[in-house]
Design a protein around this ligand. Structure first.
Ligand code: SDX
Length: 389
């Protein structure tokens, strides 16, 4: 397909066309605020640095769903609901164990999440209550899907969730078959917080557009997973790790500066850099950079971290472009033993809190999402019968 050339298009019908809806505000929200110039991110009133310092992922889930932090009773109640719901319906487990072991983890997560809809009891008659319950179900079960497939594809026994413990703790336990140490749990919990919510990104826009037709939350989140899977969005973290592992094939001769310059010269994008909104350092990348440094030193991956810093410096010098959330999250996940093709699934099992929060907000204050498109084709052509074409 040729690139659309709008140079000679008479735009008087539409005074402007913002490809990719760049800069277009189509929603109001209390879920997050992003200041792309200052590099500031706020979740429902709280700066990401404050949450990184003090919160747990469960508190962030409650905050996004209710626009306030929980008191102890509410937090305990949410934790117990998440614990009760972590187990998967047997048919979903059967799918995970029997599907193609070579399947992409994000494709399995998308399919299994969609299947969850078949096993929800819908009897309260109170839509908002059902939606709130679905949000907790999704936040509880998506980590179980990811861990279950990660093990099933290696021919390992699927590990059931525990009857206590945080989302981060249970995910690492179900993934590795052993209880994580407090450091690993803290790292995973912080990664879940940092990826939870980020305004009107492509996958959240998708989830809200689906919600706006009054479709169900499982359809909305299935669509969002599909959007996040792309390498221009959540799929970038896996691509960053594959780029670093490419360099690691020959560590003695690896030259991250030349590697970067060569890619830029051939007009290739360097994954983990650039952002539609941030025109400075992504505040999440700043926090993940520190985590990557300390974890790579603890786990003997300092070379990967050093190469990351060299790529960062080159991107700044050559293109004045800063890293986004996906750049350092790659080496953080790698340092705690997560396989690269699972990185985007971890992004998804965190972002489901933001997606479902936006679904609840859209459902509360709905208007069908229906932008326009500028038609640039021919009009009213004469019909030519097939024998004459
Ligand atoms: C996420 O939206 C969100 O909030 C998303 C997210 C979230 O939390 O939900 O933050 C998560 O998706 C982060 C982004 C992950 N994607 C990547 O890391 C992929 C690499 N990045 C690029 O593809 C790009 O930066 C985007 C897609 C993220 C943003 O692209 P835009 O806003 O459409 O910008 P553009 O492609 O028009 O680029 C503008 C210029 C171009 O140069 P020129 O052609 O004008 O000379 O910047 C260049 C681009 O070539 N550029 C890059 C680059 N990103 C932009 N050049 C090299 N490498 C890059 N990564």
């Amino acid at each position: 397909m040729a690139e659309h050339n709008l140079d000679n298009i008479d735009l008087n019908e539409y005074p402007y066309i913002n490809r990719g809806l760049e800069g277009i505000v189509g929603f109001s929200t209390t879920k997050s605020s992003i200041d792309g110039q200052k590099g500031e991110l706020i979740y429902a009133g709280y700066n990401i640095d404050t949450l990184a310092e003090n919160a747990t992922f469960e508190e962030v889930c409650f905050l996004l769903w209710n626009d306030r932090l929980p008191n102890q009773k509410e937090l305990d109640e949410l934790k117990s609901k998440l614990t009760q719901k972590r187990e998967l319906p047997q048919p979903v487990l059967d799918y995970i164990s029997s599907t193609n072991k070579e399947a992409e983890p994000m494709a399995v997560l998308r399919t299994a999440t969609s299947m969850l809809a078949d096993f929800q009891s819908r009897n309260t008659g109170d839509k908002n209550k059902d939606n709130q319950s679905d949000a907790i179900t999704l936040a509880a079960q998506m980590p179980t899907i990811v861990a279950a497939f990660a093990r099933a594809r290696q021919g390992k026994e699927i590990v059931s969730p525990l009857k206590d413990g945080s989302t981060a703790f249970n995910f690492l336990y179900m993934l590795n078959g052993e209880k994580p140490g407090s450091e690993a749990e803290k790292t995973m919990d912080l990664c879940l917080i940092l990826h939870a919510e980020h305004g009107m990104n492509a996958s959240t826009f998708t989830s809200r557009a689906i919600c706006s037709t009054e479709s169900d939350m499982f359809s909305s989140i299935t669509g969002a997973i599909g959007a996040l899977k792309g390498p221009l969005h959540g799929g970038a973290n896996t691509a960053v790790m594959n780029m670093l592992l490419e360099l690691d094939k020959d560590p003695d001769t690896a030259d991250p500066v030349e590697f970067t310059k060569k890619k830029l010269a051939s007009k290739e994008k360097i994954m983990g850099f650039g952002h539609r909104v941030y025109k400075t350092f992504d505040p999440r990348a700043r926090l993940l950079r520190g985590m990557s440094k300390s974890l790579s030193e603890e786990t003997g991956h300092t070379t990967l971290y050093e190469w990351s810093e060299a790529i960062l410096k080159t991107m700044k010098e050559e293109k004045d472009i800063d890293p986004n959330v996906d750049f350092f999250s790659a080496t953080v996940y790698y340092s705690i033993g997560i396989e690269p093709d699972l990185f985007t699934c971890i992004f998804a099992m965190s972002r489901v809190s933001g997606w479902t929060a936006h679904y609840l907000e859209q459902a509360d204050n709905n208007r069908l999402v229906r932008p326009r498109a500028l038609y640039i084709g021919e009009k009213n052509l004469e019909w030519t019968p097939v024998e004459k074409r």
